[in-house]
Design a protein around this ligand. Structure first.
Ligand code: PMP
Length: 334
């Protein structure tokens, strides 16, 4: 009989899948790493597992403790999955720009959700950083993993995501592309790939970041954008810019258009930061020779964005639709 002891044992080991249609006009191979196939539906399962196990080992997290984290949803799901197995409580703090769908998912896993305003600076007492600090401090047995500064976030990618990509491409990849949120994914994965590439093939692997226009990683001032889970208005400790060769800025409009194309043309129902990463990957891939192999990481599923990116009315309200998508009964019957 083949079965897992617990759903949390199935984190990682996600497949690579070739992009076929959105790559028209590009000579090289572009492979997507489908992180939505993790049991919690996102790349964040990986850091959740590693951060909790490390905190148990160090004694920071004690039996019966409460995990308190500011999270846009995905990290919360990962933490909730692992917490369930190990008997911890979870309280998550989300900014109000995060979709109601995503918050309800956290509640479904048994977590408590606290919502804070998006439009206040990080040092404001109502910001999601400040509120989560306060709850963690005031809750007995409270522990805040703090994905923005916890070295076990990048470490989980150094230990799992990086080696998986190297092995699945037989060491043949030439570029790795990922969006930057906390920076944990690109820092840990990129560091591993840089090191092994330096060792095995003279360091030919390039590490490319994708960032929403307006975010600090691509030189912005932190002005608002709509794509969720990526970009920042400050520099977190989980991000090491030295690992990254180039950061490509992508607009919301480009990100969302590509997100929709990935579902329609590639059968990949994924989130907005995936569209963003693919836009950056394709822009980069256009400059590469035919024997290059680009791996782009797709962090989460599109299911959490049905009332936003995949909703014509929402898209049109921001001017993202070019008019051809929504048809009325009259149009169809005419
Ligand atoms: N996309 C989504 C949807 C996310 O939730 C995150 C995590 N904030 C990322 C991308 C970026 O990953 P990282 O935090 O590792 O940079």
């Amino acid at each position: 009989m083949k079965f897992a002891e617990h759903i949390a044992d199935l984190v990682g080991g996600t497949p690579l899948v070739k992009l076929n249609r959105v790559t028209e006009g590009i000579d090289c191979t572009v492979l997507a790493k489908a992180e939505y196939l993790n049991p919690g539906g996102s790349v964040k399962d990986r850091i959740a597992l590693k951060m909790i196990e490390a905190a148990e080992a160090s004694g920071e997290l004690q039996p019966g403790g409460t995990i308190v984290e500011p999270t846009s949803g995905n990290t919360g799901v990962g933490l909730a999955l692992v917490a369930q197995r190990k008997g911890y409580k979870c309280i998550f703090v989300c900014p109000d720009k995060v979709s109601e769908d995503k918050r309800n998912v956290l509640r479904a896993y048994g977590a408590e959700v606290v919502v804070t305003p998006t439009s206040v600076p990080p040092e404001h007492p109502d910001s999601y950083y400040s509120v989560s600090d306060r709850i963690a401090r005031e809750t007995p047995g409270g522990w805040k993993p703090d994905q923005y500064s916890n070295p076990n976030g990048p470490a989980s990618h150094y230990e799992s995501t990086g080696p998986e990509i190297w092995q699945d491409t037989d060491g043949g990849l030439t570029s790795f592309v990922a969006g930057i949120g906390t920076g944990g994914t690109i820092t840990g994965t990129g560091r591993y790939l840089r090191e092994i590439s330096a060792d095995r093939d003279g360091g030919r692997v390039q590490i490319i970041g994708a960032d929403p226009e307006g975010s600090v990683y691509s030189g912005g001032t932190g002005r608002p954008y709509l794509v969720e889970g990526v970009g920042e208005d400050m520099w977190p400790r989980a991000y090491d810019p030295k690992v990254v060769d180039e950061v490509i800025a992508v607009s919301d409009a480009e990100s969302f258009e590509m997100t929709r194309r990935l579902a329609r043309e590639e059968g990949l129902l994924v989130g907005g930061s995936c569209g963003m990463a693919v836009v950056a990957a394709l822009r980069h891939a256009r400059t590469l020779p035919a024997d290059a192999v680009v791996v782009v990481l797709l962090p989460d599923s599109g299911r959490g964005y049905m009332s936003k990116i995949f909703d014509d009315t929402w898209m049109a309200s921001y001017g993202f639709l070019r008019g051809e998508e929504t048809r009325t009964v009259g149009d169809v019957l005419a």
